[in-house]
Design a protein around this ligand. Structure first.
Ligand code: NAP
Ligand code: MG
Length: 493
């Protein structure tokens, strides 16, 4: 194997021998960041009653990007009161009028797509090619899709009338900050609800930038209110008495805590929680295509993906071939500066997440699995982790059971279809799964027997606003996207 060269000072990815080398290709659009982001309540940016701010940093170099307002219970209360005041008029608007606002938001986001992509990459560490080609266009697509629904709500539940719920409280995670915001806001607004939302502590910037768009779109004050902060602020959003419904995306652990907090109340709930998806490779699969699919399934967004294919189940007869091709492939993944257009894996979102990944990887080694890591040289500053895979993993290993939420793949093998199904379903989660095979009949059987909300066949990590997404078991309940997602924001009258 050729010897890796050190990356440039900019922290570019690994380059091998003299085979090929890319020049740095940094994205240079201005993200137009503010020094300070206030709360967004009742259509205006407002200082927090707490008087406190916290830093948002760039995980690629640990430098401070901006200061974010810390909302306390009093701020959350103001946000809910503004939403409750806005609700009667917003919900009474004809659907086509609400649709116009959503179309406008989608178009304004498209206009500022490059700026948003750079901001997302700076704040969260994901490669620019992903924020540019996935996060921002998909966020716009969700607003477009739901704009189209706003005047067709009589078709959401044929034969029944669907009415909005009132004020909805929403809390989202840091892995797809803008996209999760769009997943939450667009269906809630199309249905006629008003919203109080909290972004994740480490990634609030694009959410606050979206509030600039909400102002430019002339969205009536109070329809959307954003409160920034950490877990305590999130608990205040979930627990507020004015919330008719709460929608949460995040870890199973926090999801359970919220359910305990809200037990006994009449609030409607949806929970989009963690996952430990099986990606299943049969011996009749197109192997090279499957290897690309495995790479996409686990290394997309550094593995910070709830539906990541983090457990590879490969049929024994092809296991050696698949693993050897995978090792070759991950050696050439470029890890480094997220703003470089050639980067495949950017920075891990936070120091805390990096230590979680390290802790779980150490447990894999301790418990007897065999680790292989890309020999890439990581930038000295910032939070990075090399693409990693484990062979000789057993079902009892922690790395086969717990969500690592990083670029780490656990590989298990199987002999028969039944064994594949048994092993794939042997998890507390049930968010997604992948099946790679030549046979349509096998895809059909697997997709019925796998206990997962989404099953991809001969592909992975495909999304569309019209396709409902959500979990089984400890991966949560409720759906986002499609008609089913809209139904979760309404009540049958
Ligand atoms: P997390 O720690 O559960 O946090 C999610 C959000 O909840 C953050 O905004 C967080 O605030 C807030 N929060 C923390 N404690 C809270 C509490 N007691 N009450 C209310 N809110 C609280 O999860 P994460 O680490 O940000 O995200 C990763 C997790 O999300 C993974 O498990 C992943 O699988 C899951 N996820 C699921 C989906 C899906 O659709 N199923 C999609 C994406 C991610 P802070 O910002 O201060 O932590
Ligand atoms: Mg940040």
């Amino acid at each position: 194997m050729p010897t890796p060269r050190k990356p440039s000072a900019a922290g570019r990815g690994l380059i091998f021998g003299d085979l090929w080398e890319f020049d740095p290709a940094p994205e240079t659009a201005d993200p137009k960041l503010k020094e300070r982001y206030e709360l967004f309540i009742d259509g205006a940016f407002a200082r927090p009653r707490t008087g406190k701010y916290f830093d948002s940093i760039n995980p690629a170099n640990e430098r401070k990007l901006s200061e974010i307002a810390l909302a306390g219970a009093a701020d959350v209360d103001l946000a809910y009161k503004a939403a409750a005041r806005a609700f009667p008029r917003w919900s009474a608007l004809p659907g086509r009028e609400r649709g116009k606002y959503l179309f406008r938001i989608a178009r304004l986001l498209q206009d500022r797509a490059r700026e948003f992509a750079v901001a997302e990459t700076l704040d969260g560490g994901k490669p620019i090619k992903e924020s540019r080609d996935f996060d921002v266009p998909m966020a716009a697509a969700h607003f477009f899709y739901h704009a189209g629904w706003a005047d067709k709500l009589e078709y959401v539940a044929p034969g029944r009338r669907v009415v909005p719920l009132g004020v909805v409280g929403q809390v989202i995670p840091w892995n797809f900050p803008l996209l999760m915001l769009a997943w939450k806001l667009a269906p809630a607004l199309a249905m006629g609800n008003c919203v109080v939302l909290k972004p994740a502590e480490t990634t609030s910037i694009t959410a606050m930038k979206l509030c600039e768009i909400l102002q430019d779109a002339d969205l009536p004050p109070g329809v959307v209110n954003l409160v920034t902060g950490a877990g305590e602020t999130g608990a205040a959003v979930m627990g507020h008495p004015l919330a008719a419904k709460v929608a949460f995306t995040g870890s199973t652990e926090v999801g359970k805590a919220i359910m305990r907090q809200l037990a006994g109340t009449k609030k409607k709930m949806t929970m989009e929680l963690g996952g430990k998806a099986a990606n299943i490779i049969f011996d009749d699969a197109p192997i090279d295509q499957a290897v690309e699919g495995i790479v996409n399934a686990i290394f997309f967004n550094q593995g910070h993906v709830c539906c990541a294919g983090s457990r590879l189940l490969v049929q024994e007869s092809v296991a050696e071939r698949v693993v050897s091709k995978l090792k070759n492939r991950i050696r050439v993944l470029r890890v480094g500066d997220p703003l470089d257009k050639n980067t495949d894996l950017g920075a891990i979102n936070s120091r805390e997440q990096l230590s979680t990944i390290r802790r779980l990887v150490a447990s894999g080694v301790r418990e007897g699995a065999v680790m292989y890591q890309s020999p890439c040289v990581l930038p000295e500053k910032g939070f990075y982790f090399p693409p990693t895979l484990f062979t000789k993993v057993t079902q009892s290993h922690r790395i086969a059971r717990e969500e690592i939420f990083g670029p780490v793949l656990s590989i298990l093998t199987f002999r028969t279809v039944d064994e594949a199904i048994e092993k794939a379903n042997n998890t507390a989660f049930g968010l997604s799964a992948g099946v790679w095979t030549d046979k349509g009949s096998r895809i059909l059987r697997m997709s019925t027997e796998l206990k997962a909300g989404v099953v991809w066949a001969n592909t992975f990590n495909r999304f569309d606003p019209s396709s409902p997404f959500g979990g089984y078991k400890e991966s949560g309940f409720g759906r986002e996207g499609g008609r089913q997602g809209l139904l979760d924001y309404g009540a049958l009258a």
